[in-house]
Design a protein around this ligand. Structure first.
Ligand code: PMP
Length: 429
């Protein structure tokens, strides 16, 4: 089929009729499918069930340093968990604090502390007239929700295949002292699956912020989440690069085992310079006597070391790779060459990002919903839920079983076609 934009009005009207009939048929199937959130599937969760067996009532829950994990204490996490997560984060274990079950919680807490108590002796943000964050778009809705919740003004920065538009980042960060942070998902980004290039990481490390309390929020949520064995993205390690650039305190690095072990029951951590860690600990000691050491120990005993984790991630990849490939194949088969959509083909992470013709995304998602397939809300990938071009849709292939995913993606493609035809016809009126 030729590109829709090259079709005559008559051809488009005939096509609309055909697509509407197909859509009605799909509606008749009474589908109930969910492609909205990036959750692991049941099979993926099953991979970690062994974690339930590594600690039993007969086991000794003593750490290597003699700490009894059943009791209070150890503010920043047990050494063996630090070692495991430090390897995962590619940093020195001394630069890590282990938290509880969620990295989002750590990010929220970091923004919250900056609001009430300031960053390393600087004025608390709540006492300033204006606080702003840069938001590479499209991006992760829950990041944007945190900054929106605290009344922080969000500024869109376009993403490229190499990361955020660094000319814009450098210009804004160096001239506006109200800009206190930037949300980054540097590897297999949410939602495009892009990884920052070496140059982007180097430029981040060499930023010269107008605000002394500006920090890069480097959310490495997908650091070990490759889909392929032999074609993987590797990033320059940002903490070391910042140090090299004479900017050791510029970055907070976040991660968790949410999509490695159990989302919501994993372990999360922050990595940062010793100065930043001291600043954080001043607050942390009032928040808790220590996080869940039993869970930390369970993770260490299950994975053993980074090699065990890498092997475990291969098993995840074996489950989700066919799902990503199925979505990509269907999109290519149904939409390839029609000029009505573009999508990413990530080598890792949890999402595929789809761009429709301008002004179509909301309608496509609504149509999918009316036929029983829930997608992530259009606009969710932008601050304030506002996609200025109404074209980005996040596809989350991991959760549904393959058969459902195929049906859902076929329906999605149909909705893209129908909505695009209607859009083009409208422009001809
Ligand atoms: N960061 C990113 C970029 C994510 O995609 C997700 C999960 N969707 C999270 C953080 C959530 O992490 P956690 O479960 O550790 O709070």
């Amino acid at each position: 089929m030729k590109p829709y934009a090259e079709m005559t009005k008559e051809e488009l009207i005939a096509l609309r009729k055909e697509l509407k009939a197909q859509y009605r048929e799909m509606q008749g199937k009474d589908l109930r499918l969910d492609m909205s959130r990036g959750k692991p599937s049941v099979e993926q969760l099953d991979l970690s069930m062994g974690m339930m067996d590594v600690l039993s009532s007969n086991d000794d829950l003593t750490c290597e340093d003699g700490t009894d994990c059943r009791n209070y204490g150890v503010l920043t996490g047990i050494d063996e968990a630090k070692e495991l997560l430090a390897d995962m984060m590619e940093v020195n274990p001394d630069l890590i604090i282990i938290y509880g079950n969620s990295s989002l919680n750590v990010m929220y807490d970091t923004v919250s502390r900056s609001m009430t108590h300031g960053v390393m002796g600087n004025t608390p943000w709540c006492k300033l007239d204006k606080v702003k964050f840069l938001c590479p778009v499209p991006g992760y809705d829950r990041h944007f929700a945190i900054t929106e919740y605290f009344g922080i003004e969000m500024i869109n920065v376009p993403m490229t295949k190499d990361g955020p538009d660094m000319d814009m980042v450098e210009e804004l960060v160096s001239t506006d002292s109200a800009i206190k942070g930037i949300w980054c998902v540097p590897k297999y980004s949410n939602p495009q699956g892009y990884s920052y290039s070496d140059e982007t990481v180097r430029r981040f490390a060499r930023l010269k912020p107008a605000a002394p309390d500006f920090r890069i929020y480097w959310d490495n949520a997908y650091g070990v989440h490759h889909l392929y064995d032999h074609d993987q993205d590797h990033l320059i390690e940002i903490l070391a690069e910042c140090k090299r650039a004479g900017n050791p305190d510029l970055v907070y690095k976040f991660a968790s085992t949410s999509k490695i072990s159990f989302p919501g029951s994993g372990i999360a951590c922050i990595a940062a310079s010793l100065n930043n860690l001291e600043d954080i600990k001043r607050q942390l000691k009032f928040q808790t006597i220590g996080h869940d050491k039993v869970n930390q120990l369970r993770h260490v005993r299950f994975f053993r070391n980074i090699h065990g984790m890498v092997e475990h991630m291969r098993r995840h990849a074996d489950i989700i790779r066919p799902k990503f490939e199925a979505v990509e194949e269907i999109l290519e088969r149904e939409l390839g060459g029609l000029g009505i959509g573009e999508w990413t083909m990530p080598k890792g992470g949890y999402f595929i990002s789809f761009d429709s013709l301008d002004g179509c995304a909301k309608e496509i998602v609504a149509r999918c919903k009316k036929a029983g397939v829930v997608m992530t809300g259009a606009g969710a990938t932008y601050p304030y839920g506002k996609d200025p071009d109404d074209r980005n849709i996040r596809i989350a292939p991991t959760y549904p079983p393959l058969g459902d995913l195929i049906t859902a993606t076929e329906l999605f493609s149909l909705c893209v076609k129908l909505t695009s035809v209607e859009k083009l016809l409208k422009t001809m009126d």
